[in-house]
Structures are given as structure tokens and as C-alpha cells.
Design a protein around this ligand. Structure first.
Ligand code: ZN
Length: 499
């Protein structure tokens, strides 16, 4: 490898080391940090972010990229990937004026405080001017970065590189056309689950031990990661050898910790499955938020909410929690797959979840194109909820004020959640075709072959392929609505007693 490339990689490793230190500090802030340290932590985080920005946008890195782009990396995909992805980050960062980035940070911290108060009072008018300000700034970001289709593309690109909103919309529309009638069918179906099973008392200590056993079976490496509790569960990938996830417990709602843990472990297996030899370079980073979310949803839903999985784990669950002694496997399986249109996105089931996202995706694009005035958001939101889920939010707190994303300025982020569900279904269908005895393995509690398959086909490649390319390579076709829709229909219609 050329001396230029070695110099480049040295710089890139330092840059990504700064990012990983920030990640570690964030983990600490959510799990360990004493409350009085908040201001100091803000100072530490700001300094690190500034250092990273200076390094990313430095003239030296720019010249190295220019020089390397004259070289031929066709026989070295790792080098080719690292140059391509650092160039992408470099271009995006140098196009954004420092003052704009700082203004977004300032606006976001004020907007978050006002959003919290507005949500508490269910008063959208209080939040509206801050949302307007944030939209103006994000529109400027889109114009600085550049876009061909529509400004939303430039924002979504930050989270899902290469995705185009027109294409995403096409897939979403097809899914929507299937899901809306399916949700209505299930709502009126002859069989309905006994949801109360989920609220039976399960001591927190046993929940943690049970969750840990499942994490071990999934192949989480406790020598290269850890599990803690926090108010908002997350997974921090400091490096492939240091992956930290969190969960939260409710004694009277086992599914929260249980499926939360499987979800975060799905994220964590992706981080642990990145190639450590390439640590601190794009070759050992996740492809996109959507692909990351596909890994968490696949373990949470396709595995964790499958009957096969519980054929093995339900007797163990009953042995762990005496309150479940008289519950049957079928009743448990039905209860954890309850489908019910609801107002709050984060509480939505796997059938209705995507509809919540499609509403946000639609409103964000319209706001950014100037087709929807901020003042009209509550009405547009309620109208969307009626059309998609047949519900009218009783107030703005349970409507358009429920999510923090707009206050944070992460516009274009929502679609990655729904893309994650679509990718998950498509990947799982491919895994099932490649591993014909996958269901039998799940029935035996054997989860490692699936993890190996995901590692081999997805995790170890880091950012070698963009999301669209990866999906096509792994599943033989581009992102499509059918695998997700088929998965939901085949799982939920029989469960609800529909032929
Ligand atoms: Zn997630």
C-alpha cells in the first residue's frame, strides 16, 4: 500500500478514535455520570466534537484524499471503501459553514427545552416558532450540501446514505396500501389476545438474569461488551471490542426489558461483528441507520416474537417467573403479538409501527418543501392518524408533540426506522432460504448459526456496500415491500383466526 494511503489511514484512525471517545462519554452520561457533572460533560463533548470537526475538514486530509483519488484501488476494496466514505464525510462537513452548525446546536438546545414544556402542557403553539427556526436552518443545510430530487434527500442522506425520498415513498406507498386494510382486519378479527398476560408481575432481578441468558444464546460477547440499565435504552458501539447496551425494567411489563434487550443486542451483534482489523475506519462502521435498525428488529421481531423461539424459551420463562405458571405457550405467543392501532409511535406493534413513520415522513417532506405551514401541523397530523390508523389524538401531547426528533433537528431520521423493518424482513427471508433448518434451530434455542449468517453477509463488510447495494447482494433483489408484507400477513392473519 502506498505511503500516501498509510498517512491517510493514520489520520482517519485518529479521527474515528475521537468519535469513539465521544461515544464512550455519552454512554457514561446515560448510565454512570453524577447529575452535577452535566456542565462539565457538555464542555468535554463540545471540545471533542470541535477537534473531530477540525480534523475531518483539515486541508491535509483534503490533499491526501485528492492524491489518493488518483490511485487505483480496484484490487483493494478496504482502501477503496475508506477513501470513498471519508471523502463523503469530508465533502459534507466542508460544505457546512461553522456558524450554521453552531446555530443548529444552539437552536436545538432551546427547542428541546421548549418542546418538553410544550409537550407537558400539550401546547403546540409554544413549540411552533422553534420548529420553524429549525426547519429554516435544516433547509439551509440541504442547500449547502446540495440535492437533485428534493431538499429532504440531502437531510436523509446523513442517516441513510444514498437513499432517495421518491424511491422510499414508492415502497412506503405499497406497504401502506397493504397495511391499512390488514390493521382493520385484525382489529375486527374473531380471535383477540389476552393482553393482561404481559402485565403479570416479574421481579426485575430475574428479568435481568433471563435477558442475559438470551443475550448469551444470541452470541453477545460479554468480554467485548456489557449490559447496564438506563432511562432510554440504547447501544453504544465504542469499537468492535467494546459494545455497551442498556435496557430498562418494569416489574409489571416484562416485554419492555425482554424485547428491548433483544433489540439492543441485535444492534450490538452488528457492532461486535464489524471487522476489528479495520477498527476506527469506515470499513468497521455500520452502513446506515436503516441497516442498523434491521439487525435489531430482526432479532426482536422475526426471532423474539416468533413461535419457534418460544417453543424453546417459554418453559424456561415459566420456570423463572412463577406468575406465568398457568399461561399456555399459545396465549403467551398471542399476547406478545398484540396488534392494536395506538397513538404513540414508540408503543406501536410491528404491524402498525410503519404507519406512524409514514405519517412523519410525509409531513417532514411537505414542511421542507414549503407545502405545509408549521401552524397547520397539528391538523395535518390528526388527519393522517385518522386515515392511517383510524384514531384521532385527544391532544397535541399524544399527537404531533410526542417525538423529540424535530426539536433535536434530526429531520430525515424517521424513515430509517421503517426501512429497518423492511430490510429485516427481506434479510430474514434470505437467511431462511440459506439455512433451511432455521426454524428447527430456533425451536432448539440454537441461535448462533443465524448470527454467523448475518455476520458473514452483513456485519463484517462494514461500509463496503451502500444500503441499497447490500440488500441486493444479500437477498438477490433491491429493497421491496413484498417480503415485509408477506411476513406480516403470514404471521398475523392465522394468529387472529383469519383464513
Ligand atoms: Zn434500534
Amino acid at each position: 500500500m502506498s505511503e500516501t494511503y498509510d498517512a491517510f489511514v493514520g489520520r482517519v484512525r485518529e479521527l474515528y478514535t475521537l468519535y469513539s471517545i465521544s461515544e464512550l462519554l455519552e454512554w457514561d452520561q446515560e448510565t454512570q455520570m453524577p447529575p452535577k457533572a452535566a456542565e462539565d460533560r457538555g464542555r468535554q463533548a463540545a471540545l471533542l466534537a470541535g477537534l473531530a470537526h477540525d480534523r475531518l475538514t483539515s486541508a491535509e486530509l483534503g490533499s491526501l484524499l485528492d492524491a489518493l483519488e488518483a490511485e487505483d484501488f480496484s484490487d483493494d476494496h478496504a482502501a477503496g471503501t475508506n477513501v470513498r466514505e471519508v471523502r463523503r464525510a469530508f465533502d459534507r462537513a466542508v460544505k457546512l459553514p461553522r456558524a450554521l452548525v453552531a446555530e443548529i446546536a444552539r437552536t436545538s438546545s432551546v427547542a428541546k427545552a421548549n418542546w418538553a414544556q410544550a409537550r407537558a402542557d400539550s401546547d403546540f403553539a409554544r413549540f411552533a416558532p422553534h420548529l420553524q427556526r429549525m426547519l429554516d436552518l435544516k433547509r439551509q443545510v440541504a442547500d449547502c450540501v446540495g440535492w437533485d430530487g428534493e431538499p429532504y434527500d440531502a437531510l436523509m442522506d446523513e442517516y441513510e446514505p444514498g437513499a432517495r425520498s421518491a424511491e422510499v415513498q414508492k415502497v412506503f406507498e405499497q406497504v401502506k396500501a397493504e397495511l391499512v386494510p390488514l390493521v382493520a382486519e385484525l382489529r375486527d378479527a374473531p380471535r383477540q389476545p389476552d393482553e393482561s398476560i404481559r402485565s403479570r408481575s416479574c421481579p426485575v432481578e430475574q428479568q435481568a438474569a433471563f435477558g442475559r441468558r438470551i443475550m448469551e444464546a444470541m452470541g453477545f460477547d460479554f468480554e467485548a461488551g456489557r449490559m447496564d440499565s438506563s432511562t432510554h435504552p440504547f447501544c453504544a458501539g465504542v469499537s468492535p471490542r467494546d459494545v455497551r447496551l442498556t435496557t430498562r425494567y418494569d416489574e409489571h411489563y416484562l416485554p419492555m426489558a425482554l424485547f428491548g434487550l433483544m433489540h439492543e443486542t441485535g444492534h450490538a451483534l452488528y457492532e461486535q461483528g464489524l471487522d476489528a482489523a479495520h477498527a476506527f475506519t469506515p470499513m468497521a462502521q455500520a452502513v446506515s441507520l436503516g441497516i442498523h435498525e434491521s439487525q435489531s428488529r430482526l432479532w426482536e421481531n422475526q426471532v423474539g416474537r416468533s413461535r419457534a423461539f418460544w417453543e424453546y424459551y417459554f418453559p424456561e420463562l415459566q420456570a423463572t417467573f412463577p406468575s406465568m405458571a398457568d399461561v399456555t405457550l399459545d396465549d403467551w405467543y398471542f399476547a406478545i403479538n398484540t396488534v392494536r392501532p395506538s397513538l404513540i409511535r414508540v408503543e406501536a406493534d410491528e404491524v402498525t409501527y410503519g404507519l406512524h413513520i409514514m405519517l412523519r415522513f410525509d409531513l417532514e417532506r411537505k414542511m421542507l418543501r414549503g407545502e405545509l405551514a408549521v401552524a397547520d401541523v397539528p391538523e395535518a397530523w390528526n388527519e393522517g392518524m385518522r386515515q392511517l390508523l383510524g384514531l384521532t389524538p385527544p391532544d397535541e401531547a399524544q399527537g404531533c408533540l410526542q417525538d423529540i426528533h424535530w426539536a433535536m433537528g434530526i429531520i430525515g431520521y424517521f424513515p430509517t426506522y421503517a426501512l429497518g423493518n423492511l430490510y429485516a424482513a427481506q434479510f430474514f427471508a434470505a437467511a431462511r432460504a440459506a439455512l433451511p433448518d432455521l426454524d428447527d434451530q430456533l425451536r432448539r434455542g440454537t441461535l448462533l448459526p443465524l448470527r454467523e449468517w448475518l455476520r458473514e453477509h452483513i456485519h463484517r463488510h462494514g461500509q463496503r456496500y451502500r444500503a441499497g447495494e447490500l440488500v441486493e447482494k444479500v437477498t438477490g433483489r433491491p429493497l421491496a415491500p413484498e417480503p415485509f408484507v408477506a411476513y406480516l400477513r403470514e404471521k398475523f392473519r392465522p394468529l387472529y383466526g383469519l383464513s
